[in-house]
Design a protein around this ligand. Structure first.
Ligand SMILES: Cc1cc2nc3c(=O)[nH]c(=O)nc-3n(C[C@H](O)[C@H](O)[C@H](O)COP(=O)(O)O)c2cc1C
Length: 473
């Protein structure tokens, strides 16, 4: 194998390469080789992280993540700063893009390197940074976001915000932003109870700053307890979500604005008795990605999902169900919609009479489970006379003759489009992050290249937007 010499990379790029190599347990040379190999196989998009060189210099616009939500996270100098690392992860797994500013004091607690590695974005620290201020970066940071979150919000940051100070990057951005701001205070109970902090809090409330927490509990200082613990990352996510839902939409891409979409996702679970059930291996990743992409494109999205282990995407209304019949009821309640995408893997059968009590083992006599058919939600909606969505899209998960079976399904179910994929174990599609789909319409079959489920979702959403537009309403 040809040897590789790593020269001519700037320090930031070397650091990223080192981090990637450490994460994958490869040498830097092997990591570089892996990237080159992937590029040669035209598969680089799934492998490479955002190019750091392109991100250095002037403040680039923040691309929206799968959910289309851009969050600017300001991390203050408190012990709770370590929890912000988890907050970044939680926001990102909900499809948000997270860009971070660290105050000088925050850098005493956590490093820009760990924040950058987790957020996958350049980290900002200095107001007087000649590179990012080339284009008045602090104003771009303040505007190019949908929500500003300050976590932990120190007593000092709260005082500066209440007083309108702007003597570092964090406070300058907070003064320059016209976006909603959410703070998660974290401090010693005496600092929280001090008359000055109380005054500042009143002022911040008058300035429409939203607050989450603090909670009560043990402090980092030995023997100290009381109110002042920063809200947990998931509480902050929930508060951010609630604010985003009521904030004006600042996103540029809005091809589905004014449209209402229904997406089903995940498996269903059909009870055998109170402790056992019939289910399938659907992870919900593709359906959730479609819901996120549709919300990012400005649609009002109702996501009806079976039991999954992934979080709800930001900006969608999630309705949780377990069985096929519950899913059908939730779908019925969500109508009318402009478009319905049925990505859930609904169990075809359920038990005719699930046990009320746990079925007991009896020697030599295995129970006979009698199955009956579940409702066919896709066909029911596609054949509706009233409230039929203009576009009804089904998924066909096949393990053989994928396109032929999917064409047949399109006819049988009466839907407009079918996305067919091969879910044989060897494809790794079921539960995996990538997908290879064939779009089957009345006009024919289009085979899309293998791509991430997020990419499939974005491509599908573009097609939906175009089709709804073409249908003239
Ligand atoms: C070990 C240590 C822990 C601290 N924890 C907190 C804290 O939890 N909350 C707080 O408001 N200040 C805390 N401080 C004080 C802040 O770091 C200090 O007020 C600093 O100026 C805040 O700067 P910033 O608001 O720009 O991040 C702590 C200081 C130290 C040395």
């Amino acid at each position: 194998m040809a040897s590789i010499t790593i020269r001519g990379l700037d320090d930031a790029l070397k650091t990223r390469l080192r981090l990637r190599a450490a994460r994958s347990g490869r040498s830097m040379e092997d990591e570089a080789r892996t990237i080159l190999r992937a590029a040669a196989a035209d598969d680089v998009r799934s492998m490479a992280e955002p190019a750091p060189v392109a991100r250095a210099g002037a403040t680039p616009p923040l691309d929206a993540g799968p959910s289309g939500r851009r969050i600017l996270l300001i991390i203050g100098g408190g012990i709770a700063a370590y929890k912000s690392l988890d907050l970044i992860r939680r926001l990102k797994e909900r499809g948000a893009t997270v860009r971070c500013i660290l105050t000088a004091a925050a850098r005493e607690f956590i490093t820009p390197l760990s924040v950058g590695a987790l957020s996958g974005e350049r980290v900002f620290t200095d107001l007087f940074d000649p590179a990012s201020e080339l284009d008045v970066g602090h104003i771009r940071l303040a505007r190019g976001t949908d929500l500003v979150v300050v976590a932990p919000a120190t007593a000092d940051l709260m005082a500066k915000m209440a007083g309108g100070h702007a003597d570092d990057l964090a406070t300058a951005v907070l003064l320059a932003t016209d976006r909603r701001v959410l703070i998660a205070p974290a401090m010693n109970p005496r600092m929280w109870g001090h008359a000055a902090t109380r005054r500042n809090l009143t002022q911040l409330a008058a300035d429409r700053i939203a607050v989450v927490g603090p909670g009560t509990g043990e402090m980092a200082e030995p023997g100290e307890a009381g109110i002042g613990r920063m809200a947990e990352p998931l509480e902050i996510v929930a508060a951010a979500e609630a604010l985003l839902a009521t904030s004006p939409d600042h996103r540029v891409e809005r091809s589905l604005r004014g449209r209402r979409l229904l997406v089903t996702s995940g498996p269903t679970q059909e009870p055998i008795d109170p402790v056992r059930y019939i289910a399938n291996r659907s992870s919900g990743k593709q359906g959730h990605a479609i819901a996120a992409a549709a919300a990012a494109a400005g649609a009002e999205v109702i996501l009806v999902c079976g039991p999954v282990h992934i979080p709800d995407p930001l900006g969608v209304t999630a309705v949780k169900v377990e069985t096929a019949r519950e899913m059908r009821d939730a779908v019925e309640r969500a109508l009318p919609v402009d478009c319905a995408v049925f990505a859930a893997a609904v169990a075809d059968w359920r038990l005719a009479a699930p046990g009320r009590e746990k079925i007991k083992k009896s020697k030599g006599a295995a129970p006979t489970l009698r199955l009956v058919e579940n409702p066919d939600i896709l066909a029911e909606v596609a054949h509706r006379k009233a409230k039929r969505p203009r576009l009804v899209i089904g998924f066909a998960a096949e393990t053989e003759k994928v396109v032929a079976h999917a064409k047949d399904k399109l006819k049988r179910k009466g839907c407009d489009w079918i996305l067919a994929n091969d879910v044989s174990a060897e494809t790794g599609i079921m539960g995996g992050d990538r997908n290879r789909v064939h779009l089957i319409t009345a006009e024919g079959v289009e085979s899309w290249p293998p791509q991430s489920k997020d990419e499939v979702a974005r491509a599908l959403v573009e097609r939906i937007a175009a089709a709804l537009k073409a249908s003239g309403s």
